[in-house]
Design a protein around this ligand. Structure first.
Ligand code: F0G
Length: 469
């Protein structure tokens, strides 16, 4: 059959509250035009993040009932540890309450002030944790990633030549190399096995540990299966194992490919590092057999890690994202291609060519999607990733994107049809969208709590950009 259906039936439902444009206008103005400040009951389709927002399976809910809440030595931990070991082959498994807690544990333990941490692209919390440890977070995305419309299969790859130069120039000053799979901030694009092998070889040559930021390892493995020569016949779990086999360790947010609502872990091969991390863990997260989690969370993750590598699940997941991307592209709406693993990324710079990066086109577009249809998306552009130096001089992000992240197993095809319809309307009226200014911004991770002001549209987009639906 041509139609790829959701490979599940719905057992429990949560009503969506419909809102009017006037209600949304009031709600988002009250939130300082920051969509993170909205009450979720004022959102119709919530695509802010795919993190912790998915639906758990009946087997996961059953696993929750098996959860054991003993402070030490709970069987829930043993089941969790076995699932992580089976998947990754990494012997030392340290639970944390989410991905950023694993990062917060790792970087102060291994990075010294002034050292350099390369990554294909740091996610915002990863960057913040590297910087909190006093180190420098250096993004080395591959050249293909700069072409938003290019159809290269592995735009998440790290630039191996740049990594080699970095390791040579910064000899002994690089505590580890990290690669984020898939590359979230770079558009949810996958990293190839060939690229990971290249990183491994460089890390061996320069004697530097190599860690994966493994949040979306299964989506990455599926895209390797589909796109990398020689991988089509392999199981997703086996491809994932090949990825982990190349690494010395990983940080993980189980809120993504753990199919859980909370949780994470750090896993590694080095027993001494694991010992140091467990010592730190007790102080901040909890005893090493629960990290910051309840026993029932550990059980839900153990089950989720097995479900996420199922072929039917990944087929459906990627088909639902491709469905939207292909329809938007057919209408001339500038969308990042090829479709990423967990989200649809709009190219806000091309969507709103009458705005400069200082006008924060991504934020302006995200606000408009909310006003038009109650869709909550997330700016990944100069609000989130722009850098402000100590003198207040700002440099832009590499792309001005708006991310429509798709929660796992949560929305159906008609929800996606609605999203497409809202986007068509906003695209038709794009010339009326004005700039956004930042009125207040916290020192780090400013996008979460910044307050904005909206400006009237200044000038019209050139007619040649056409493409009206
Ligand atoms: N690394 C990547 C690549 C991520 O996407 C995230 C979270 C983290 C680390 C941190 O994990 O949230 O469990 O602490 N990304 C979410 C997002 C928040 O919306 O992309 P966490």
């Amino acid at each position: 059959m041509k139609t790829i259906i959701e490979p599940f039936r719905i057992k429990s439902v949560e009503p969506i509250r419909m809102t009017t444009r006037a209600e949304r206008e009031t709600a988002v103005a009250r939130a300082g035009w920051n969509l993170f400040g909205l009450d979720s009951r004022d959102v119709v389709i919530d695509l802010l993040t795919d993190s912790g927002t998915g639906a758990m399976s009946s087997e996961q809910w059953a696993a929750i009932m098996r959860g054991d809440e003993s402070y030490a030595g709970a069987p829930s931990f043993t089941r969790f540890e076995s699932a992580v070991r089976e998947l990754t082959g990494l012997p030392h498994v340290i639970p944390t309450h989410q991905g950023r807690a694993a990062e917060h544990l790792l970087f102060p333990a291994i990075a010294k002030p002034g050292q350099v941490v390369p990554n294909n692209t740091h996610f915002d919390t990863t960057r913040a944790n590297v910087e909190l440890a006093g180190a420098v977070a250096r993004d080395l995305p591959c050249a293909a990633s700069r072409d938003a419309q290019g159809l290269a299969p592995f735009k998440g790859d790290i630039d191996l030549a740049a990594l080699e130069r970095c390791l040579a120039d910064e000899r002994d000053n690089v505590p580890l190399v990290m690669v984020t799979v898939t590359n979230n901030a770079g558009g949810g694009q996958p990293v190839s096995l060939a690229n990971l092998r290249g990183v491994r070889a460089l890390c061996d040559r320069f004697r530097v540990p190599f860690f994966l930021d493994a949040c979306r390892f299964a989506e990455n493995a599926y895209l390797i299966q589909q796109r990398e020569p020689g991988q089509r016949e392999r199981r997703i779990a086996d491809i994932a194992r090949s990825m982990f086999d190349l690494a010395d360790g990983c940080t993980m947010s189980a809120k993504k490919d753990g199919l859980a609502n909370i949780g994470g872990f750090l896993a590694c091969r080095d027993a001494n590092l694991a010992d140091e991390l467990r010592t730190r863990l007790v102080v901040t997260e909890g005893f090493p057999t629960y990290g910051g989690l309840a026993g029932r969370d550990l059980d839900a993750i153990a089950q989720g890690l097995r479900e996420v590598v199922e072929q039917d699940y990944q087929e459906y997941r990627h088909a639902s994202i491709r469905y939207v991307v292909e329809r938007l592209a057919a209408r001339g709406i500038p969308v990042l291609q090829p479709a990423g693993g967990h989200a649809i990324f709009l190219d806000a710079a091309r969507f709103l060519p009458h705005l400069d990066w200082q006008d924060y086109p991504g934020q302006a577009l995200a606000i408009e999607l909310y006003l038009a249809g109650g869709i909550r998306a997330c700016e990944i552009g100069s609000v989130m990733l722009g850098r402000v130096d100590p003198k207040g001089v700002e440099t832009p992000a590499p792309h001005e994107l708006v991310r429509l992240a798709i929660p796992r197993r949560t929305y159906t095809q008609s929800h996606m049809d609605y999203v497409i319809e809202v986007l068509e309307e906003v695209w038709r009226d794009r010339e009326s969208i004005g700039a956004v200014k930042i009125e207040h911004a916290p020192r780090v991770l400013r996008h979460f709590r910044a307050r904005f002001a909206r400006m009237p549209a200044r000038k019209a987009a050139p007619a040649s950009l056409g493409g009206r639906a």
